[in-house]
Design a protein around this ligand. Structure first.
Ligand code: TYM
Length: 339
């Protein structure tokens, strides 16, 4: 069992990142540790330069993201926790895989289409080739399980296509180089939506801070954001069918369920018939209860730059060593002479 996943250190991590991915980093880290497997979680700082960015902010966010992940339960004694920029093998393997990835495959990526919009010509080359770097990230460590939210599913399918084509083109049939990675997507919290618009995903880049709960929001801010969350005037239904066409209501019920470990049906069995005036305070309290310990731990860790840098340096040293055999084998398979 080899668990690999990444998160971009851009902006503050939010409830979507937490429920969609980070909760499963911790779950799979513990499962891998118990089973004698391995877990690699990294900050995708190389991915972050595909969009305009402020260098000072990127360094600050990178350290803050380490503090957040540790506060959430990612344990550097069980997980190789690092940032891509300290492990050149990610960028190297990306270049090797660029020979295998096809333009048509990248052109079909919905995240590329969404982010580029009508201005494709004006985007960085990195934004277009971003999914190839993501493929390198997971293939380098022979990932079996990749915990992600639903929005990364297509990128993972691409990673599998690249792995398969490379194996077919350059490896003997009985000795494929790359393991095909499986996405590990939480059924209930695969896509947490914006608190202001039930049709848009909760995201770090939404200009409205009210659209998301940041993992470092304090109790008052959380209660305020939940109170202001967009809803409709109807009370909650008693059955799931009644949430059809009510995206905002479904999102809040889904968040409640993911936090309390209940299905949507169970949440509705308890809260059906209640209006949002009653449901929102319960949801707010549940959020505060979940996030308060994370927040407290984050506050303890965030200013200790030396400790955070030491975690990254140690993780990077382990990652460099672990990725080497696959990188070497990829060079060899391609016939590149290096010695
Ligand atoms: P990023 O930084 O956008 O998000 C990190 C993780 O959070 C999940 N996520 C969500 N899940 C549910 N609801 C949401 N609203 C929501 N928003 C974000 C994402 O699916 C992701 O799992 N390209 C990746 C980073 C990356 C990566 C990788 C991931 C780089 N290389 C290799 C896995 C494997 C990204 O930008 O995630």
């Amino acid at each position: 069992m080899r668990v690999v996943s990444g998160i971009q250190p851009t902006g503050k991590p939010h409830l979507g990142n937490y429920l969609g991915a980070i909760v499963n980093y911790v779950k799979l880290q513990d499962e891998a540790h118990a089973a004698g497997g391995q877990c690699f979680i990294f900050l995708a700082d190389l991915h972050a330069i595909s969009m305009p960015h402020d260098p000072a902010e990127l360094s600050r966010n990178t350290r803050e993201m380490v503090a957040t992940l540790v506060a959430c339960g990612v344990d550097p004694s069980k997980t190789v926790l690092f940032n891509q920029a300290q492990v050149p093998a990610h960028a190297e393997l990306q270049w090797l895989l660029n020979g295998t990835a096809r333009m048509g495959w990248l052109n079909r990526m919905t995240q590329w289409k969404d982010k580029a919009g009508k201005n494709r010509e004006g985007q960085s080359v990195a934004l277009f080739t971003y999914p190839v770097l993501q493929a390198a990230d997971v293939l380098l460590y022979q990932a079996t399980h990749v915990p992600v939210g639903d929005d990364q599913k297509q990128h993972l399918e691409l990673a599998r296509d690249i792995a398969q084509k490379f194996n077919n083109d350059f490896c003997r049939e009985d000795a494929p180089l790359f393991t095909l990675p499986e996405p590990y997507i939480p059924p209930a919290a695969a896509r947490i939506m914006s608190l202001r618009d039930g049709s848009a995903k909760m995201s770090k880049s939404d200009p409205s801070d009210l659209s998301r709960i940041s993992l470092t929001d304090d109790a008052d801010t959380i209660m305020k954001k939940i109170k202001k969350a967009k809803t409709d005037p109807e009370p909650l239904p008693s059955e799931e069918k009644g949430l059809e066409g009510r995206a905002e209501a479904l999102n809040l019920v889904g968040i409640y369920g993911a936090l309390s470990g209940q299905t949507v049906a169970q949440v509705l069995a308890d809260h059906g018939g209640n209006g949002f005036g009653a449901f929102k305070p319960s949801l707010g309290e549940l959020l505060v209860e979940t996030l308060a310990p994370i927040n407290a731990r984050f506050m303890e860790l965030k200013d200790d730059q030396e400790a955070l840098d030491a975690i990254l340096a140690r993780g990077a040293a382990q990652a460099r060593e672990q990725g080497l055999p696959t990188l070497d084998a990829a060079y060899d398979a391609l016939g590149l002479v290096r010695r």
